[in-house]
Design a protein around this ligand. Structure first.
Ligand SMILES: Cc1cc2nc3c(=O)[nH]c(=O)nc-3n(C[C@H](O)[C@H](O)[C@H](O)COP(=O)(O)OP(=O)(O)OC[C@H]3O[C@@H](n4cnc5c(N)ncnc54)[C@H](O)[C@@H]3O)c2cc1C
Length: 396
């Protein structure tokens, strides 16, 4: 099979850029275009809820590559111009500014868009956090505020709460689960997260849903819970999940089902691939489709997509991995542990704040979670690799 003469990557962030770089590394010399909705050069998102929100990093530090590395890629970057439609048969992408871009191969790398609760529509002081611009807007408001309410007790909500406490704000975190990340990490680890946040002064109002945001003169002043309780706030952050950015593909005939549905090769249709947070692909070892929202997946999946564009026939069967940093704690999660799985502490001691937990279901290891024990957690990745049909990493 010959290489495509042109590749158009839609979404110029971690997954899109990694695909372009992997294509060039694998010897691709054809025309390569990266189309991005944001006007910024590709930047990294994990520092946004941590170092950038904390004011420890200037925004430039999040850039994924220096200017020179981008120009050496010999790609055409079309930034600040979102795709608005795709003709999947002709492989033509239309953009908001009226461009029509045609390519032999199209890669969808448009990530996800934060979900917004309808309860506070129209009030100022209500934020989401996905982009650099979101982060800078939130940071500016936090510098003038004293009370923050975070809606959502998932990864993002917990990180924002921790960072804002570090900035000295009074912080309340609200969500339906009994502890932060309880459904993903199980009672032992989420219980430790609850302890960590409480010790640092985050007020946890868990097991509750939000009924309404209240405001005065068009600005948020508080949150009313389903119990009727009213909590005051100067700023509210909605961290209640995200949806794949696929609205522009609505009329494309691609299969959309909580993501762009792909086969095990990350192919959505002839000449069309999806990569990163937006991709729902068939994980051959699990026998089901999966969509992952994490930084490592964006890079790893890009390697497979780039190889397949150039004629390889690789299936993608990773061990899912993400990390989160909250206060002085790094939690690393390999696999897909579920709250109901059997959990055993296999290294360290939870009371000593350094430990590793192994999760098992029906005799198979489903996950490994490390709490401030990065090396030990990584070494145990091989225990979970078997379940996901993935190669174990070298142990050194
Ligand atoms: C605040 C924050 C903190 C995070 N922290 C961690 C962490 O600690 N650990 C971890 O594992 N993961 C973390 N993540 C997740 C990680 O950053 C994502 O998994 C990763 O960025 C996914 O890369 P992506 O390229 O698939 O999507 P994105 O990074 O979302 O990039 C998609 C790009 O496509 C663009 N786009 C969207 N629609 C269009 C369109 N129609 N046309 C053109 N372009 C479009 C978007 O503007 C965006 O630039 C974090 C994410 C956020 C937001």
């Amino acid at each position: 099979m010959s290489d495509p003469s042109s590749v158009l990557v839609v979404g110029a962030s971690a997954a899109g850029l990694s695909t372009a770089e992997a294509l060039r590394r694998n010897g691709y010399r054809g025309r390569l275009t990266l189309l991005g909705a944001e006007s910024h050069a590709p930047y990294d998102r994990p520092p946004l809820s941590k170092q950038v929100l904390a004011g420890e990093w200037v925004p430039e530090r999040t850039r994924l590559r220096p200017e020179q590395a981008l120009s050496e890629l010999d790609d055409e970057f079309l930034l600040g111009d979102p795709a608005v439609g795709l003709d999947a048969t002709q492989r033509v992408v239309r953009t908001a500014s009226g461009r029509s871009l045609c390519a032999d191969t199209v890669v969808v790398a448009t990530g996800v868009t934060p979900r917004r609760l309808s309860v506070g529509a129209g009030l100022s002081g209500v934020h989401v956090l996905r982009t650099l611009d979101d982060t800078l807007a939130l940071r500016a408001e936090l510098s003038r505020a004293s009370r923050l309410i975070v809606l959502g007790e998932g990864v993002l909500g917990s990180e924002v709460a921790a960072t804002a406490r570090g900035l000295g704000l009074s912080v309340t975190m609200i969500g339906p689960q009994p502890a932060p990340l309880a459904s993903r990490l199980g009672p032992l680890v989420s219980g430790k997260l609850a302890e960590l946040h409480s010790e640092h002064g985050v007020r946890l109002v868990l097991g509750h849903l939000v009924e309404q945001l209240v405001g005065e003169h068009g600005r948020v002043t508080g949150v009313r819970l389903d119990s009727g309780q009213l909590l005051s706030a100067d700023v509210v952050v909605m961290a209640v999940g995200a949806e794949p950015s696929t609205a522009w593909l609505r009329d494309s005939d691609l299969t959309l089902d909580d993501g762009v549905v792909c086969d095990a090769h990350c192919r959505a249709a002839p000449g069309i691939y999806a990569v990163g947070d937006v991709a729902r692909w068939y994980h051959p070892a699990l026998g089901t489709t999966l969509r992952l929202e994490n930084r490592t997946n964006a890079t790893e999946q890009a390697q497979v997509v780039a190889a397949n564009i150039l004629g390889a026939d690789r299936t993608y069967a990773p061990v899912p991995y993400f990390w989160t940093d909250q206060f002085d704690t790094k939690v690393q999660v390999y696999g897909r542990p579920a709250a109901a799985d059997d959990a055993t502490v296999v290294e360290g001691d939870p009371t000593g704040r350094r430990f590793v937990v192994r999760f098992e279901r029906a005799g198979r290891v489903t996950g490994i979670i490390g709490w401030n024990m990065p090396k030990q957690a990584r070494l145990r990745r091989r225990e979970v690799a078997k379940t996901f049909g993935a190669a174990a990493l070298p142990t050194a």
